[in-house]
Write a protein that binds this ligand. Structure first.
Ligand code: DP6
Length: 336
């Protein structure tokens, strides 16, 4: 028997993965770029079992106990374990426990950190030491594509078309490490609980939007602005590009057939507050994933003021203060 525990971070996309060439294997239509977070993490322990039988999947609860995972999530975990077993040439079942440091679902990227942590812990429990590229590929194949970016710290790019465009070419890489630029992400939580429409369904519907083709045309230019702004640590160049990109993503969801509305009235209240903060001279810019919560990107000097102002909004339940993180790490202590 062997056991490994890994903590892997969530990430917030500046250029979003939305729409896939192959949804089952999460091969994206477009390049995406993200910042890896520091405090929003999933910890996952995987232990190989010497006896036969089924994989066991447990979720750590706030009181320290363990509960069962919901059937859909447990199924996705088992499917990913099967892929990893096949890749590793192993057969044993495993016991898995996982714990999030932040509220699951609701656009806080729990799947990305969850599947990155699961992939890294399972690979380590099987005694394998693959390259970062192979780890990113394995994480992407979980179907939660953004997990392939959570394998790295700092700023990360997952190119849509690298090399010959084959499945083995769709993986992420780091474009700048966490020390390059101390950006902060103040998350205004306006809704908690699972989102009503999964990202997978959103990807599937994306191409039904009449504006999807236009989005794909605009992305290379916008991605270049984001890369340059990261390189030059220029928040006033990064901000408008990421805010435009987030609105563009939601324009696609709202114009898909049938439409998906991830925004809530609280999201709009936060977006307005962020604009007001800027009018007062603070560099703060909003982005949103497939959920109602708003991620406000700012620098370290503005973080306190941004967090206090957002906390005061009646629509905001609470804020999570996060920042750029160094990426996954293997832990000495296990969840069980
Ligand atoms: C809007 O298919 O990776 O967050 O499985 O829910 O993590 P989950 O989603 P995934 O799509 C991510 C969609 C996005 C944009 C992004 O992170 O690139």
């Amino acid at each position: 028997m062997s056991k490994a525990t890994v903590t892997a971070p969530a990430n917030i996309a500046f250029i979003k993965y939305w729409g896939a060439r192959d949804l089952d294997r999460a091969i994206p239509m477009n390049t995406s770029i993200s910042m890896t977070l520091e405090h929003c993490v999933t910890q996952c322990t995987v232990e190989t079992l010497s006896h036969g039988g089924e994989d066991e999947v447990w979720l750590a609860e706030p009181d320290g106990g363990f509960g069962t995972a919901d059937p859909d999530f447990a199924r996705r975990i088992r499917e990913q374990l099967n892929r990893i077993r096949q890749w590793a040439g192993r057969k044993e079942p495993v016991r898995v426990a996982t714990r999030n440091s932040f509220p699951t679902a609701g656009g806080l990227a729990s799947s990305a950190s969850g599947f990155a942590a699961l992939t890294l812990a399972a690979v380590a429990a099987f005694g394998k030491k693959p390259s970062q590229r192979d780890l990113s590929l394995l994480a992407r194949r979980s179907g939660s594509g953004s997990a392939c970016r959570s394998i790295f710290g700092g700023f990360v790019e997952w190119a849509a078309n690298t090399g010959n465009g084959s499945e083995e070419e769709s993986y992420a890489r780091q474009i700048a490490d966490a020390d390059h630029w101390d950006l902060r992400n103040v998350i205004a939580v306006v809704e908690i609980g699972p989102k009503t429409v999964s990202s997978i369904e959103g990807h599937r519907l994306a191409t039904t939007s009449p504006y999807y083709g236009k989005r794909l045309e605009l992305i290379p230019g916008r991605a270049e602005k984001v890369r340059k702004a990261i390189r030059e640590r220029d928040l006033n160049a990064l901000g408008p590009a990421i805010e435009e990109e987030a609105i563009d993503l939601h324009l696609i969801t709202m114009s898909s057939h049938p439409p998906i509305f991830y925004w809530s009235p609280g999201s709009l209240a936060v977006l307005r507050a962020v604009r007001e903060l800027r009018q007062e001279g603070l560099a703060a810019w909003a982005t949103m994933d497939a959920g109602a919560n708003v991620h406000v990107i700012c620098d370290a000097d503005s973080e306190d003021e941004v967090a206090e102002r957002l906390e005061d909004l009646p629509a905001v339940g609470f804020v999570i203060r996060d920042g750029i993180g160094p990426g996954p790490e293997q832990d000495e202590e296990h969840l069980f």
